[in-house]
Structures are given as structure tokens and as C-alpha cells.
Design a protein around this ligand. Structure first.
Ligand code: PAF
Length: 285
């Protein structure tokens, strides 16, 4: 496996692959790998000739009050796991390489970035889309892999690719959960065992919501209240939102009609956890 922090070298290596007619897959990450990340890399390795994994804790997507400085970092471990999962090249640039002194160009996304996560984290998606656009320009992949765990991020990047005419296929990948149904997250490192126990209630509550919709309750307001009751039962009382949105425009969904994203965010200690399920109430999927 190759490894570089230099944009020039990465461009050269990828140029050589493209000259051979090879397809390029990109898995953008912030490192601190868990099985969710590895599932994206494995999928990319199955579908592409040459897999590039970027590892970059992107300062632009953290607010000053957030965990940028303590975000878990272990490049050696990540590189070993990346290699075992089928990566050909790790691109791990420094913050100065990506945002040199005087850097001032950022993406403008629109309303889709101001709701849900964007409401609580106002400049988050501006930072996410800026780094992803830069990675797309540097790597020029044929396919880029994103997890459904960050559903709003997936919807926004899909929109960005469409609206900016990137010749890139965005590949959504399913959420990977632990044996208790908790969606894997690098931020679990911040949680205590009792907090992890409470976190089990997140997926159970989401599934309860799905069950209610499938049983014929079509008023999402009532389903939302029942999900909140269930979260409370698990001791999850600090709820940022439980939301129903059309997939993937993220317009509000008031009743079953096409694909619906049910998403939520809760706080445990200083850590925010997010999770979601996408359902198609019309077809029962
Ligand atoms: O999902 C993430 O890990 C990050 O938001 C991403 C897409 C790598 C951009 O920094």
C-alpha cells in the first residue's frame, strides 16, 4: 500500500493508474477507523481497480467549541487496517497542505445544510462540502463511498455532485451496527459503559417508529412523540431532534409518501450521537 501527504505525488500516482485505464474509488475519512469505515473500503475494493482512502481530520467542519483537538487520531493503526481492507493508497495530508495560510474559498450549500445537524452545527456542512470538493478535485475518482450513518451528509454530497456536475458516482453504504444495534461511531471512544448502555435505546426507538408506521399510523407527529417516549425510557432525555424528511431532498415529511428518512440526534454527556433509518412506507421496505 502506498501512503502520501503530498497532493502532487497523489496526483502523479493516480494519473499513472488512470493511464492504465483503471477505475478509481475514493473513501473520504477522518480516520479512527471502525468496522463502518472498513466496510466502505472493502466495498470500494470490490468495485474499483484502485482504492484511495483519505485520512484527514478536517478543521473546517468543527466549530471552535467542538472536539477537533481531541478527535481520536491513530494514523499507524488506520493505515494497517486500510491496507488489510484493500486500500491501494492512503492520502493523509497536513492541515497546512489543505488549508494553506490565507485560505478563504468555501462552498455555499443552501437550506439543506441549515436543517437537522446543520441547525445545531451551523458551519459543519460548509466545511464538509469544502473538503469533499477538494478531495474530488485532487483524486478525481470514478466512485466515492459514503456511509448512510451521516445521512444528511450523504444527501448533501449527492446534491453537490449533481449540481456541480462532478463525473463521480456517489455510492451510499449501509450503517454498520454493533451486537446491540448501536451504529458504530469514532466518538464512542468518549462514552462510559453506562452511557453505551443507554445508547442501545437509540436504534430500538427508531425501529419502534418504523413498526408504528408499518402498522398503519400515518401521522408522523404521533410517531415522533412515541419515539421520544421510548428514548426517555432508556434514559435518553437530551434529544436535539427526531425528524421525518423526504429522502433525499430532506424536505419535511408529514405522512408516508415515498422514501422517508427518520433521523435523530441525542446527547450523552458531551457527546452527540446520531442515527437514522430510511424507509419506504409505500412499498413496506
Ligand atoms: O464523514 C466523515 O468522516 C467526514 O465528514 C468526511 C466526509 C470525511 C469529510 O471530512
Amino acid at each position: 500500500m502506498l501512503k502520501s501527504g503530498s497532493i502532487k505525488r497523489v496526483r502523479k500516482l493516480i494519473g499513472e493508474q488512470k493511464a492504465k485505464g483503471h477505475t478509481i474509488g475514493l473513501v473520504p475519512t477522518m480516520g479512527a477507523f471502525h468496522k463502518g469505515h472498513l466496510s466502505l473500503i472493502e466495498k470500494a475494493a470490490k468495485e474499483c481497480d484502485f482504492v484511495v482512502v483519505s485520512i484527514f481530520v478536517n478543521p473546517a467542519q468543527f466549530a471552535p467549541t467542538e472536539d477537533y483537538h481531541i478527535y481520536p487520531r491513530d494514523l499507524n493503526r488506520d493505515c494497517r487496517l486500510a491496507e488489510e481492507s484493500g486500500t491501494d493508497l492512503v492520502f493523509a495530508p497536513s492541515a497546512e497542505t489543505i488549508y494553506p495560510n490565507g485560505y478563504s474559498t468555501y462552498m455555499e450549500i443552501g437550506e439543506i445544510a441549515n436543517i437537522l445537524e446543520g441547525k445545531v452545527r451551523p458551519s459543519h456542512f460548509r466545511g464538509v462540502t469544502t473538503i469533499v470538493a477538494k478531495l474530488f478535485n485532487i483524486v478525481q475518482p470514478d466512485k466515492a463511498y459514503f456511509g448512510q450513518k451521516d445521512a444528511q451528509q450523504l444527501a448533501i454530497i449527492t446534491k453537490m455532485v449533481r449540481e456541480l456536475n462532478y463525473p463521480i458516482k456517489v455510492i451510499p453504504c449501509p450503517i454498520v451496527r454493533d451486537e446491540n444495534g448501536i451504529a458504530l461511531s469514532s466518538r464512542h471512544k468518549y462514552l462510559t459503559p453506562p452511557q453505551m448502555k443507554k445508547a442501545i435505546g437509540i436504534y430500538i426507538s427508531l425501529k419502534e417508529g418504523v413498526k408504528l408506521i408499518r402498522s398503519g399510523i400515518s401521522d408522523f407527529g404521533s410517531v415522533r412523540s412515541l419515539i421520544i417516549d421510548m428514548l426517555n425510557k432508556y434514559g435518553l432525555k437530551r434529544i436535539d431532534y427526531v425528524s421525518f424528511n423526504k429522502w433525499d431532498s430532506l424536505e419535511p415529511a408529514l405522512k408516508p409518501d415515498g422514501k422517508v428518512l427518520i433521523s435523530l440526534a441525542v446527547k450523552l454527556g458531551n457527546t452527540r450521537l446520531i442515527d437514522n433509518i430510511i424507509i419506504n412506507p409505500d412499498t413496506g421496505l
